[in-house]
Design a protein around this ligand. Structure first.
Ligand code: PMP
Length: 459
C-alpha cells in the first residue's frame, strides 16, 4: 500500500509541517511525531509500522459497527453515483434525507418524530439551543432564554457547544461566550460525594435537585431548557445514579423547562438501548445525535423533536431561520440509513443489552482488584475506570492528569486505545466486539495498569 511504502517518517514530517491537530498541543506532538493510522478491520486498527491496535474507543465513540463494513461503502458509492449533493432549503427534498428522517423517527422514543439534519454533534447542539429559544419566542414567552447544563459536560466546540459545555478549558479563550447559560454540578458520586453521602441514589436525587434550585434562582419564567448527556462521555464516562434522570425530568416538567438529551455519544446502542434516554427512563423534548448515526463513516448529525416543539416551531413558527449547506447531505444520509438498518436487522443493540454489554461490564469489573483501580463505572459498551492513589481511604492522585496520560501512553504502546480523562480511563469499543476481543481488551488494560503502577511508584 502506498501509505506504508512511503514510510512513517515521510508522513510524520508532512503532518508536522502542515497539519494542525484538534485538542492537541501540536508543537509537542510534532516533536515526537504522530502515529500514522492506515487501516481498520472490525475492532482493530493498523499503523504505518504494521502494528495492530485494539480500538477500545470506536474511533471517537462513533465506529459502532466496526471498521470495514462494505455495505456502508456500497451505500455511499451508489448515492455518489445517483445524486452526490442537493440541498433541502428551497422547496426540495431527496429520498436519502426522507428515508433517514423516517427511520430515525421509528427508533427514537416517545413522539420524537421530526428530524432536522446537520453534520456534526456541535452543529446539532447549536441547533437544539436555537430551537429551544425559538420555541419560547413562538410560544409567547420570550423571556425564557436561559439554558442550564452541567459542569464537566461536553457539548461541542462551536461557540454554543463550548458555552453549554461545563469544562473550564472550553471557556479559556474568553467569556462571555453565548449569554444566558448556567451550569450545575454533575452527578459523579464516586468522585464528588462527601463522606456523609454514602447512598448513590440519595446523591443522585440531591444533584438533580440542584436543577430546581438553579431554576428558582433564575426564575422559571426565564429558563428555556436543561441539557445533559445521559452519560457524560468526554467528561470521563460519568454514569449517574438511577435516581438522577427521572428527577431531572420531573423538575423540567414542573417548571415548564424543555428537556434536551445530548445523545451524541449514547445514541445508537452504546448503552444497550437505541438511546441513553431509554436506558435511564426519560423522554426528552429535543434529542441531539451524531457519531453512531453513521457509525462515524461520514459526518452527519440530527436533532429530533417531539410534537410539543414541532407544533410550535414547525406548525406555528413560520420559517425556521437556521440550516446548513450539508443538512441532510444525501451521501451521509444514505450511509446513516444503512447503518440503522444494520443495527436493526442484525439485532446489534439487543446483543449489547443482553450479552456483550453485561459481559464487558463484568470482565472490566475484575480490574477492581488492581491496586490502581478505584472503581469501574459503565453500562452497555461504555465504561470509565477511576485510577486512584489509595482505595481505602479513597484518595485521588494530586496530578491525576499525568497518571492518566502515562496509562494512556502505555495502552497505545501495548496495542490498545483507551482515552484518559484526568485520571479516569475511558473505554467505548465498537458494538460488534466479540467476547474474545473483550478478554483481550481487559488483559491489555491490566498489563497497562501494571506498567503505570511501576511508573508512578509504590502507592
Ligand atoms: N455532544 C457530545 C455529548 C459529544 O460527546 C460531542 C463530541 N464528542 C459533541 C456534542 C460534539 O460533537 P462533534 O465533535 O461531532 O462536533
Amino acid at each position: 500500500m502506498t501509505v506504508v511504502d512511503r514510510g512513517t517518517a515521510h508522513w510524520q514530517k508532512l503532518d508536522a509541517d502542515h497539519h494542525w491537530h484538534p485538542f492537541t498541543n501540536t508543537k509537542a506532538l510534532n516533536q515526537k511525531g504522530a502515529r500514522v493510522i492506515v487501516r481498520g478491520e472490525g475492532v482493530y486498527l493498523w499503523d504505518s509500522e504494521g502494528n495492530r491496535i485494539l480500538d477500545g474507543m470506536a474511533g471517537l465513540w462513533c465506529v459502532n459497527l466496526g471498521y470495514g463494513r462494505t455495505e456502508l461503502a456500497e451505500a455511499a458509492a451508489a448515492q455518489f453515483a445517483t445524486l452526490p449533493f442537493y440541498n433541502t432549503f428551497f422547496q426540495t427534498t431527496h429520498t436519502p434525507a426522507v428515508e433517514l428522517a423516517h427511520l430515525i423517527a421509528s427508533v427514537t422514543p416517545g413522539d420524537l418524530n421530526h428530524v432536522f439534519f446537520a453534520s456534526s454533534g456541535s452543529e446539532a447542539v447549536d441547533t437544539a439551543l436555537r430551537m429551544a429559544r425559538a420555541y419560547w419566542v413562538v410560544a409567547g414567552k420570550p423571556s425564557k432564554t436561559w439554558v442550564i447544563g452541567r459542569k464537566n459536560a461536553y457539548h461541542g466546540s462551536t461557540l454554543a457547544g463550548a458555552s453549554l459545555s461545563g469544562m473550564s478549558g472550553m471557556w479559556k479563550y474568553g467569556a462571555p461566550l453565548v449569554p444566558d447559560i448556567a451550569h450545575i454540578a454533575q452527578p459523579y458520586w464516586y468522585g464528588e460525594a462527601d463522606a456523609a453521602e454514602t447512598d448513590p441514589e440519595a446523591f443522585g436525587l440531591a444533584r438533580a435537585r440542584l436543577l430546581e434550585a438553579k431554576i428558582l434562582e433564575l426564575g422559571a419564567e426565564n429558563v428555556a431548557a436543561f441539557i445533559g448527556e445521559p452519560i457524560q462521555g468526554a467528561g470521563g464516562v460519568i454514569v449517574p445514579p438511577a435516581s438522577y434522570w427521572p428527577e431531572i425530568e420531573r423538575i423540567c416538567r414542573k417548571y415548564d423547562v424543555l428537556l434536551i438529551a445530548d445523545e451524541v455519544i449514547c445514541g445508537f446502542g452504546r448503552t444497550g438501548s437505541w438511546f441513553g434516554s431509554q436506558t435511564f427512563g426519560i423522554t426528552p423534548d429535543i434529542m441531539t445525535m451524531a457519531k453512531g448515526l453513521s457509525s462515524g463513516y461520514l459526518p452527519i448529525s440530527a436533532v429530533a423533536v417531539g410534537n410539543r416543539v414541532a407544533d410550535e416551531l414547525i406548525n406555528g413558527g413560520g420559517e425556521f431561520t437556521h440550516g446548513f449547506t450539508y443538512s441532510g447531505h444525501p451521501v451521509s444520509a444514505a450511509v446513516a440509513k444503512r447503518t440503522i438498518e444494520i443495527l436493526r436487522d442484525e439485532k446489534i443493540i439487543e446483543r449489547v443489552h443482553d450479552d456483550i454489554g453485561p459481559y464487558f461490564q463484568e470482565r472490566l469489573r475484575t480490574l477492581e482488584d488492581h491496586p490502581l483501580v478505584g472503581k469501574v463505572d459503565g453500562v452497555g459498551l461504555i465504561a470509565g475506570i477511576a485510577l486512584v492513589a489509595s482505595k481505602s481511604p479513597k484518595r485521588f492522585f494530586e496530578k491525576g492528569d499525568e497518571v492518566g496520560l502515562i496509562c494512556r501512553d502505555h495502552c497505545f504502546a501495548e496495542g490498545l486505545v483507551m482515552r484518559a480523562v484526568g485520571s479516569r480511563m475511558v473505554c467505548a469499543p465498537p458494538l460488534i466486539i466479540s467476547r474474545d476481543e473483550v478478554d483481550e481488551l481487559v488483559r491489555l488494560a491490566r498489563r497497562c495498569f501494571d506498567l503505570t503502577l511501576r511508573d508512578v511508584g509504590p502507592l
